[in-house]
Design a protein around this ligand. Structure first.
Ligand SMILES: CC(C)(COP(=O)(O)OP(=O)(O)OC[C@H]1O[C@@H](n2cnc3c(N)ncnc32)[C@H](O)[C@@H]1OP(=O)(O)O)[C@@H](O)C(=O)NCCC(=O)NCCS
Length: 180
């Protein structure tokens, strides 16, 4: 692996750029119905669709405005198990965040470890506010945001129409000064 692809290391994880050879793993965990349920995509996610996202995001820069995807890799196994996506706003002071973890690796605190590290790295870059929203039924996502320290900021009823239904959404935010 090119060492410049590794962006953050935590106790158990390497957070790195996506690579061409991630397409199979990406399509596999994104296709899991539990993972796709509250996300913008529908299951199954083909290998071609995964490869296309890798082409689109694998070369982007986490410090540049727009979406960047951190691949979550388990250090000991060298296995891609999920992702944290961050959209840095044009002003470079705000960001939006999303995440996914393969179900066989949930329940071990890996998402908490990854999201905490990514959030800290953006605060170190001078970002003041990170926002996250989720389907009100997505209790694992809510629990994750609360573990990392995000503040619940509100509920919008029927805020989005997706996959044939109106969705109530919860809004969360974290400010750099609340973190330190
Ligand atoms: C949201 C999502 C990433 C959360 O994953 P998760 O596995 O629940 O979160 P973590 O990896 O932080 O694990 C937390 C669990 O591990 C436990 N845990 C064990 N060791 C831990 C540690 N060192 N630190 C924190 N938690 C730990 C926690 O108690 C918690 O257990 P619980 O599920 O029984 O309450 C995952 O559910 C997912 O990928 N969902 C599908 C995609 C999605 O909906 N994304 C959000 C769109 S808004």
């Amino acid at each position: 692996m090119n060492s410049s692809d590794i962006l953050i290391e935590t106790l158990r994880l390497r957070l790195r750029k996506l690579r061409d050879d991630d397409a199979d793993a990406l399509s596999e965990y994104r296709s899991h119905p539990e993972v796709a349920r509250y996300q913008g995509w529908s299951s199954p996610v083909s290998r071609e669709a995964a490869a296309s996202d890798i082409r689109e995001y694998g070369g982007t820069d986490p410090s540049a405005p727009g979406w960047f995807i951190f691949a979550i890799e388990i250090k000991t196994e060298g296995l891609l198990v999920g992702e944290v996506g961050v959209r840095l706003h044009d002003n470079k002071m705000q960001a939006d965040m999303g995440y996914s973890l393969d179900p066989s690796h949930q329940g071990m605190g890996l998402a908490t470890e990854a999201v905490t590290a990514v959030v800290s790295s953006y605060f170190e870059r001078g970002v003041r506010r990170i926002s996250a929203d989720c389907d009100a039924r997505n209790i694992r996502s809510v629990a994750l945001l609360e573990r990392v320290g995000f503040r619940f900021e509100g509920l919008r009823v029927a805020n989005r129409y997706a996959k044939g239904e109106w969705i109530d959404e919860l809004f969360f935010g974290l400010l750099s000064e609340r973190r330190s």
